[in-house]
Design a protein around this ligand. Structure first.
Ligand SMILES: Cc1cc2nc3c(=O)[nH]c(=O)nc-3n(C[C@H](O)[C@H](O)[C@H](O)COP(=O)(O)OP(=O)(O)OC[C@H]3O[C@@H](n4cnc5c(N)ncnc54)[C@H](O)[C@@H]3O)c2cc1C
Length: 387
């Protein structure tokens, strides 16, 4: 099914992304990121120079000023994932969808001025730290505290599973500034990773996204100045997290659809080249039936995602609608990639083949950004008339 949500500007931008891919996303680059467990700084800076990151950063702060138009980010995801570089797409996603928005939409003028220009160039890498060893889905159970002192806060605690956590220069960190677990007991602080008492901890060894770092972080009496309290207001952390949820969930949905599309494309190529019993794999009726299912699912994914992209642009994508998109898209992605692996036979299990990597990357889409059970809980509660 032909998609019609992109205009000339998006397509011109796609050409820029394709050029970037040709130059900076070779198989050797992907292998290097995997071996190092992270995307290198030079690539992030090159992405900044080419205008591939910082898309929502306002022009006055050196970005592209695409505040609500996530279609440009979708183009980046599509092209980078099609190149088999899920880890790079992940690194860009953390910068643009998880870190930058807290500054763009909720930061003080000083915070924007201090960080956004260098985040748009890729000079400063950002991360978002909510999850702790004892609290993931149940974020109100976090234990990291920020105690008010003269001129700032003293932070103690630990975070885990933090994407870009080992490479980040600043981490937007969810902390407790009050007693109990009422929504106003939490705040978001920008913690500079060069601060005394901050420890990047160890990189976690994952089954997928091998080339994008995920780390444990710890804070031992880290002093964070008042100027780094997001929005300059204490007790707003929970509300601020909620404000970015639609974008976070939409971004995972888009990555899932892009991976399903890439899986279909790789599998079509493979099944037309590979032969068995004297004919191409695609000439078996079973293969054609499987591919028909896959192609139809991919069409449905884009039809849904495109609608969500436009709703987001128009400020109409609610947290519940975004939760539906997230769980449904990531589950369809899983079905599609599993079927694609099967059509590749043994080669589908070999990491040199992009389908194997995409399959492993896909698994976490159903877990992070809020697990799919939590997404169903959010949707179900709304249907039941509960808040
Ligand atoms: C690769 C990776 C990258 C990540 N990146 C980040 C990041 O950048 N920043 C960050 O803050 N976090 C990040 N996370 C953390 C991620 O968001 C959490 O792992 C996720 O929210 C689940 O939390 P948990 O692991 O504590 O699982 P738990 O909350 O312990 O859940 C365990 C199981 O119980 C289920 N469950 C829990 N509560 C309910 C309920 N109420 N109803 C039904 N089922 C329930 C869950 O769905 C899950 O199946 C990342 C995780 C991974 C693996």
């Amino acid at each position: 099914m032909e998609r019609d949500i992109y205009d000339e500007d998006h397509e011109a931008f796609r050409d820029v992304v394709k050029e970037f891919v040709k130059r900076y996303v070779t198989l050797a680059d992907i292998a290097r990121w995997d071996a190092d467990g992270e995307v290198d700084r030079d690539t992030m800076r090159a992405a900044g120079e080419s205008g591939l990151i910082g898309l929502s950063v306002p022009e006055e702060f050196g970005g592209a000023g695409m505040l609500q138009d996530y279609r440009f980010r979708a183009v980046v995801n599509e092209e980078i994932i099609a190149a088999g570089a899920g880890s790079l797409a992940g690194a860009f996603g953390i910068q643009d969808d998880l870190a930058v928005p807290y500054l763009v939409h909720m930061g003080t003028d000083e915070q924007k001025q201090t960080w956004l220009p260098r985040m748009a160039t890729g000079e400063v890498i950002g991360a978002l730290a909510m999850t702790e060893p004892g609290a993931g889905s149940d974020l109100r159970g976090i234990k990291t505290t920020a105690k008010k002192v003269d001129g700032g806060y003293i932070v103690n605690g630990a975070k885990t599973f933090i994407s870009s956590g080992a490479t980040a220069d600043i981490v937007v960190t969810f902390v407790k500034t009050g007693e109990g677990d009422r929504p106003d007991a939490f705040s978001l602080l920008i913690i500079e990773t060069a601060s005394e008492g901050f420890d990047h901890g160890k990189k976690l060894h994952k089954m997928g996204f091998q080339g994008h770092d995920t780390a444990e972080l710890s804070f031992s009496d880290v002093f964070v100045p008042d100027a780094n309290l997001i929005g300059g207001r204490e007790g707003q952390g929970f509300v601020q997290l909620m404000m970015n949820l639609p974008l976070e969930r939409l971004s995972i949905g888009v990555a899932a659809a892009a991976a399903a599309q890439a899986g279909l494309d790789w599998t079509l190529t493979y099944t037309k080249e590979r032969e068995a019993f004297g004919q191409r794999i695609i000439d078996f009726q079973n293969s054609r039936f499987a591919l028909a299912d896959i192609a139809t699912t991919v069409d449905a994914l884009w039809a849904y995602l495109d609608r969500a992209l436009l709703a987001y642009r128009d400020g109409k994508l609610s947290a519940e609608e975004a939760a539906k998109v997230k769980f449904w898209a990531t589950e369809r992605e899983w079905d599609v990639l599993d079927a694609c692996v099967q059509l590749h036979g043994g080669y589908g299990y070999i990491m040199e083949y992009p389908i194997a990597r995409a399959f492993l990357d896909a698994r976490v889409h159903r877990i992070y950004g809020g697990t799919n059970e939590i997404m169903r809980e959010i949707v179900g509660r709304q249907l039941a008339g509960k808040r």
